[in-house]
Design a protein around this ligand. Structure first.
Ligand code: BES
Ligand code: ZN
Length: 351
């Protein structure tokens, strides 16, 4: 049982009377749990210094709002049903694979693949930029590609209408923009960068769980994971919120530090918000003890996005589309900085 579950059970049990013998021994074990619940993951991410790689500022200038808008529009209208266990949702994922094939064909070190899931039809899609000097160290930028509609008014001629413009065509559009700029403006990264469009998130983080489990089984060295899920909503154009549960606290500190450092170009104010449950794919990586960070476009409780999981999650209901450019810049900074950062375990031999 994971420490999270155990701790939750401990809280539950401590509220219950009477206590039988088995429960008493479990409560005894509970006494060894930390006094403060492990709200954050701790995957051991150590804060590196800011590098300011060559070309970083030039690359941020290349972010193109019109391409981001066009992508969200295209995905949410032409692929308005990306349901994870349908042929239409599978075909939509292969459309994205084709886009990433074309983009990655520009560079010999880049390629796109699908990750097939055994229990449902839609694959996840992965684009890999293999690192030049540290190919085994992986930086991930990901978000879910699937969409869903719950409740009434979802069907049109028997087909689910799930445009998912904010949730999460907007995150995919941001990834597309970051990938385009890497391939057209930047040199081969030092560490490997993977772009992941997860399948089946809306059905229980299914795609990302499969991938994170497989990476842990192969003991892949994942340095950090950035989750992009909902990037074009919220009432204040320059505001983002860092989710502060089921993420790595140190990595979150590192990324807020990057926002501070690049504030002149980013123009982002930020705050924190708690999901209170494993609300997106970042949690799949945390569960496998990899460091993840999750910035989101709105305050979940003070400013909820009411169109979520309805057929009204359309482009016309997006309140802050320009925020996508800021997320794209943050994605470019995250990947470029971590590609070159001096990490703690980069031990160098002294003469
Ligand atoms: N984008 C949402 C998560 C979200 C919603 C974050 C609102 C913040 C505010 C995500 O796509 C989602 O719907 N997640 C599922 C997770 C569940 C299936 C494990 C959810 O919240 O129902
Ligand atoms: Zn959702």
């Amino acid at each position: 049982m994971s420490p999270w579950r155990t701790f939750g059970l401990c809280l539950l049990l401590s509220a219950c009377v009477p206590i039988d013998e088995d429960t008493a021994s479990l409560l005894d074990a509970c006494a060894k749990e930390p006094a403060t619940p492990l709200k954050f993951g701790d995957a051991g991410f150590k804060l590196p210094a800011v590098v300011e790689p060559n070309l970083i500022l030039e690359s941020l200038d290349q972010v193109d709002q019109s391409r981001l808008d066009a992508d969200v529009n295209l995905i949410s209208t032409q692929y308005a049903n990306r349901y994870y266990n349908s042929t239409i949702g599978r075909d939509a994922a292969f459309w994205l694979k084709n886009i990433w094939d074309n983009l990655t064909s520009q560079q010999a070190y880049a390629a796109a693949t699908t990750f097939t899931h055994s229990n449902f039809l839609q694959p996840s899609v992965i684009a890999t930029l293999t690192g030049a000097s540290k190919p085994d160290e992986i930086i991930i930028i990901g978000g879910h590609f699937d969409s869903i509609c719950h409740g009434i008014n979802c069907l049109n001629s028997g087909v689910m209408q799930a445009p998912g413009a904010n949730d999460n065509a907007s995150g995919i559009a941001v990834m597309n923009e970051v990938l385009r700029i890497w391939l057209s403006e930047l040199n081969q990264p030092e560490r490997t960068i993977q772009f992941m469009a997860y399948a089946g998130e809306e059905a229980g983080l299914l795609g990302s769980k499969d991938i994170a489990t497989s990476y842990r089984l192969q003991n892949h060295n994942v340095v950090a994971v950035l989750q992009l899920d909902m990037t074009s909503g919220g009432q204040i154009d320059n505001e983002i919120y860092f989710v502060n549960d089921h993420v790595d606290q140190q990595l979150t500190n590192y990324v807020t530090g990057l926002v501070d450092h690049y504030q002149d170009v980013l123009d982002i104010t930020y705050d924190y918000v708690t999901c209170h449950y494993a609300c997106s794919d970042h949690a799949s990586w945390t569960q496998q003890n990899y460091a993840s960070v999750f910035p989101i476009d709105h305050h979940i409780t003070d400013d909820p996005f009411n169109e979520i999981h309805t057929r009204q999650d359309t482009v016309s209901n997006l309140s802050s589309t320009t925020k996508m450019s800021k997320f794209a810049k943050l994605g470019l900074i995250f990947t470029q900085e971590l590609s070159q950062a001096k990490l703690d375990d980069d031990t160098e031999c002294q003469p």
